[in-house]
Design a protein around this ligand. Structure first.
Ligand code: ZN
Length: 488
């Protein structure tokens, strides 16, 4: 078991040696999407970042339980507990049941994550599936004196909590500052302080999603689900909690407060946050209307895109920056990523044609060591990629006869390259089309050639094509919309 991994902990603001609470088991919780719209680049980044963490920890021999939730209720349009539920709003606009919205966008999210080659989490719990656990958690917080009821709704008493613990330990915010910075919003008059947050909200008559509770017919506050589900599947204290930097406050700060208020101790040992993706220096997000969905990237159908970009290009583009750095999007950067990844694959394939030499002039073991050092240094994927480019350079030079590799080192290079490129960085060569795509493409071409022959009244060729295909049980039918084919 590798024991040198260091993880930057947002809570302590420094890199710490990774020492799991209960080795070889590792519990990791990552905040998943609120499913009311298509996933965009901003969703791809945490998806890929924590996929790398998951893959690497497993590679090191840990038994990882990776929990990533689906928020399907309780996330309001405004983070200050006002406004409509995001999913309910979408359901109302589209005249659908909220659960139809949830199913539709959850399926699309899964498909996008599959295209990006992220491994599915071990457990994917939903907020609406854990209402009982959330109510139980509210009861504990209330019993310990850190919540108050106000007209059927329950709020977390931040001021009281801050006296006994410290609210703001993760984000570095102080409640004195929060008081000045929190704008008074409509619907806040039930709270003692504007920075108090909802644990349970009484549903007004128009609210579509509500459940019975000891206090009112209502629904849980957004921060509650992650505390309840994290504790249920990973225990009261677990190893890693991840998410985007935009969730650090108030979401994760409130999770810490809820856990301390309920159990008296911190819930998480290592807090990890991926940075944001910017477009021309501006944060990308739905509210800014500058986001491009993953589907739009994959199909090229968006006004700021000049071509489709394959999922692996997006993945490689994201991995070329360290997860804690901001990543600025541009089509030039994507094109460079596309080219760079191609270079790596080409070098790997070129390895087959390198003539073995009696001695090696490239130090493969040293490159391997550097790759591991980079991964151990808080998952420094851009450095790993730089080392893989060095390896690719070595292969190209060996092919050209300017460097040399022994038979043994060629095999070792292949193993090392594949292990990092495919297994740890999770990249794959999309040029290797699957058979069904290939057949579709070939049949389309054959039908075009046959049509061309018919246009020239060359019926002998057209018939010959049909007869030859028939031998493979492929049938061609001429219809008004053109020729169609199917297997007999
Ligand atoms: Zn969360």
């Amino acid at each position: 078991m590798e024991d040198k991994l260091k993880i930057y902990n947002t809570l302590s603001h420094k890199k710490e040696l990774f020492e799991p609470l209960n080795p070889p088991h590792v519990g990791m919780y990552v905040c998943g999407p609120t499913v009311y719209g298509d996933a965009h680049l901003g969703h791809a980044r945490p998806g890929i970042t924590f996929d790398i963490v998951f893959r690497y920890l497993k590679h090191l021999g840990y038994k990882v339980r990776y929990v990533r939730n689906i928020t399907d209720v309780g996330h309001l349009v405004n983070d200050a507990d006002t406004g409509e539920d995001k999913i309910q709003k979408k359901a109302r606009l589209e005249e659908l049941e909220p659960m139809e919205i949830v199913k539709y966008y959850t399926d699309r999210y899964h498909e996008n994550m599959r295209q990006l080659n992220t491994l599915p989490p071990s457990i994917e719990p939903t907020a609406s599936g854990h209402i009982i656990e959330q109510i139980e958690l509210v009861k504990k917080i209330l019993k310990n004196g850190y919540a108050y009821e106000s007209d059927g709704s329950l709020y977390f008493d931040v001021e009281k909590y801050n006296k006994d613990y410290r609210y703001g330990k993760l984000s570095g915010r102080r409640i004195e500052d929060l008081l000045h910075n929190t704008h008074e919003l409509a619907g806040q008059e039930e709270k003692h302080n504007a920075f108090d947050f909802a644990l349970w909200k009484k549903a007004d008559p128009s609210h579509l999603m509500h459940w019975p509770s000891p206090w009112s017919e209502g629904y849980p506050g957004w921060h509650l689900e992650c505390s309840a589900m994290g504790a249920k599947y990973l225990g009261e204290t677990f190893d890693i909690h991840g998410g985007g930097m935009d969730l650090l406050f108030p979401h994760h700060e409130s999770e810490i407060a809820q856990a301390n208020a309920a159990t008296g101790h911190d819930p998480v040992k290592y807090w990890m946050h991926n940075n944001m993706i910017t477009i021309n220096g501006q944060k990308m997000g739905k509210s800014l209307k500058n986001f491009i969905t993953l589907e739009e990237f994959f199909t090229g159908k968006h006004k700021s895109l000049d071509q489709p970009y394959a999922p692996m290009t997006i993945r490689f583009f994201i991995l070329q920056a360290h997860y804690r750095s901001t990543l600025d999007f541009s089509t030039e950067a994507l094109k460079a990523a596309e080219k760079g990844l191609r270079k790596l694959f080409d070098a790997l394939y070129l390895l087959d044609d390198v003539k073995p030499a009696a001695t090696s002039s490239v130090n493969i073991k040293l490159i391997e060591e550097k790759c591991y050092q980079s991964m151990n240094d808080d998952f420094n994927t851009p450095m790993v990629i730089a080392h893989l480019f060095d390896l690719a350079h070595g292969i190209n030079q060996a092919y050209a006869g300017k460097e040399s590799l022994t038979q043994e080192d060629i095999a070792y290079t292949r193993k090392l390259f594949s292990s990092f490129l495919f297994d740890l960085l999770g990249l794959k060569d999309e040029k290797e089309k699957d058979d069904s795509q290939l057949i579709e493409y070939l049949m389309k071409t054959i039908i075009e050639i046959r049509q061309e022959a018919k246009n020239k009244k060359d019926y002998a060729t057209a018939d010959m094509i049909r007869e030859e295909l028939a031998k493979m049980d492929i049938q061609i039918k001429d219809t008004k919309e053109g020729a169609k084919w199917n297997f007999k």
